[in-house]
Each structure stands twice: as C-alpha cells, then as structure tokens.
Design a protein around this ligand. Structure first.
Ligand code: GLY
Length: 316
C-alpha cells in the first residue's frame, strides 16, 4: 500500500465514530461551573474547589484547591499525609496538574511534602520543565517554601507493620483511591489535578499513572478533560486519559469514551481483569461521564449548586 493510501485508510478508521456522533459542533458550557472528582473524598474536594471559583479562581485554581483537601487529610490512606507507605515504609507521592492552555506540571516519587499537587503547579508555572522526581522534586519544593514533614501517620505505620508481618498481598483495587479533580469554570475553561500515594506497599521507587500527563490526567480545552483512578500500571500502558479525550474528539460521548478506553484494558486481560480502573471526564459542552472496569465506583459531581456522590457499576 502506498503511504498516501495508508494514511487515507487509517484516517477513515480513526474518524469512523465521528460519522455517528461527530460533525456536531460542541457548544462551550459557560456560566455553569462543574467540578467532578473521584471517590467519596471528592465531596470535600469539590466543596473547596467551588469555594475557589466563588473567590474568583479559575478552573486550575479550583482543581488544585480541591486536590489539596484529601492530601491534607490523615484519614485518607491513598493520598498525601497519612497515605500508605511503600514496602520499605516510605510515603512517596505522585501528582500532576494541567491547565486550559495545555500547560502541565508534575512531581513523582516525592517525599516529606504534604501538597505535591501544589508543587506540580509550581513546576508548571515557575520552571521550564514538566516533571521533577524524587530528591530533585523535594529540593525544588523546599526552595519554593513548602514545609517538610513526616507523612507517615501512626495509623498508616501500624497498618504497614501488620502487612510486613504477613507480607499479604493487598489486591490492587483496594489500594489506588487516587483523587482526581476536573474543573470547568464560568468561562468554560477546563483544568485538572491528580494526586496520590499510589499502590500501598509498592516497590520503593515505583511511580504510577497519576503524575504522567496523558495517563492519570489530560486536558484539551477545545474538547474536554479526563482523569483516572485505579491500577496505574494499566492506565499508563493505554495512555488512558489522553485516549478518553481523543475519543471525545472523535465524537464519543464522555461515558462511552471512558468505556472504550477501559475496553482496551479489558481486552488486554482476556475480558476479565482482576483490578479496578475508573475514568471521569468532562466534555467542553459540560456533559460529564464516567466508567469503571468492575465492582463499583463513586464520583462526586458539583453542578448547579448540588455536590453529590454518584455510584456506577462496573462494565464486567
Ligand atoms: N492510580 C494511582 C496509582 O496507580 O498510583
């Protein structure tokens, strides 16, 4: 096949869903802000995000302010302060942000800093880079005035010690409750934030999807935004959040886009993965969507003055 013909054939294949849903111009949702977050810790995150919008913040401010709430809550063992440590007892954190201009910042494997999401924003706004990791990320945070603290609470330490005694395998679906916050402000602009302590008792040095732009989070201000929670390794292998946004671009509605992205994972695991991944998405016209592989998943949606949890069932 000639290169030109190949491109033509591929383009037809790629754009096929547009023939069904697409071609329709998406009208921007203005003056009706939306905050969409993962899990029930999304509820207080949404409240903080809304407050930020009410105080004149934009979508990026809202997403960051929302994500900081679970980061600071020692009772949430999958994010920030109080997060379960790695197998050696170190709490190592991953986070990223992406704004409406397509700018992005990220930190991975950072230790002793309570608000990695804000460090990620500093990386985006005050450096020429997108991603800082480990000791470099910590040093950068300290240079920017972030306080250092021990993130391992007595409760999380006790759980880790119990795990060490038994070395029991925790199933991944119990251990990946990342907070992802997507926001659309009154101008219709989109932004997102994603932050986690990752897989409990992971190998030292493990980094998941949450700080990887395109995997844990992706924002395209023309089309929409998407974010992930769940087993990061599988989200990375399918560039999950980018895929959801690209599927929306092709004409998939937000929920179908989330389902189709998960189908890629389900197929790779012969139709029966034994782990959880969930996506949330906001399309530029304000339509939201979500899907999860199995069991169930809850997202928190703040829209029109109501902030509420919604439960969805798994696809398999
Ligand atoms: N999705 C979070 C993680 O796998 O680290």
């Amino acid at each position: 096949m000639k290169r030109r013909d190949f491109i033509k054939t591929s383009a037809i294949g790629l754009t096929a869903p547009t023939a069904i849903f697409g071609g329709t111009k998406i009208k921007t949702n203005r003056n009706a802000p939306i905050i969409l977050s993962t899990w029930n810790h999304g509820l207080p995150a949404n409240d903080a995000a809304l407050k930020s919008l009410q105080n004149g913040g934009n979508a990026m401010d809202a997403a960051e302010m929302g994500a900081r709430v679970p980061e600071a809550d020692p009772k949430i063992t999958s994010v920030g302060f109080g997060g379960f440590p790695d197998e050696q007892g170190n709490v190592t954190l991953d986070a990223c942000v992406m704004d409406s201009t397509g700018n992005a910042g990220s930190v991975a494997f950072v230790q002793n800093i309570k608000h990695p999401v804000s460090v990620a924003r500093k990386v985006m706004e005050d450096t020429k880079h997108v991603m800082l990791v480990g000791e470099g990320a910590r040093q950068f945070a300290v240079s920017q005035g972030f306080e250092e603290m021990n993130l391992l609470t007595d409760e999380s330490k006790a759980e880790w010690e119990k795990w060490k005694m038994k070395r029991s395998e925790m199933t991944p679906h119990e251990t990946h409750d990342t907070i992802s916050v997507l926001a659309q402000d009154k101008n219709g602009d989109l932004a997102g934030a994603c932050t986690t302590s990752g897989w409990a008792y992971k190998m030292h040095g493990r980094v998941g999807d949450s700080p990887i732009i395109g995997a844990g989070l992706f924002v395209d201000n023309e089309i929409g935004c998407a974010a992930a929670t769940g087993l990061g390794e599988e989200v990375i292998k399918t560039t999950g959040s980018f895929l959801v946004v690209e599927l929306m671009r092709q004409g998939y509605d937000p929920t179908t886009a989330c389902e189709e992205a998960l189908n890629r994972v389900i197929k790779r695991h012969n139709g029966n993965p034994d782990f959880q991944i969930a996506y949330i998405a906001i399309r530029k016209d304000g339509k939201i969507g979500s899907a999860c592989i199995k069991w169930s998943f809850e997202y928190a949606l703040a829209q029109g003055g109501v902030n509420k949890l919604h439960k969805i069932e798994g696809m398999i």
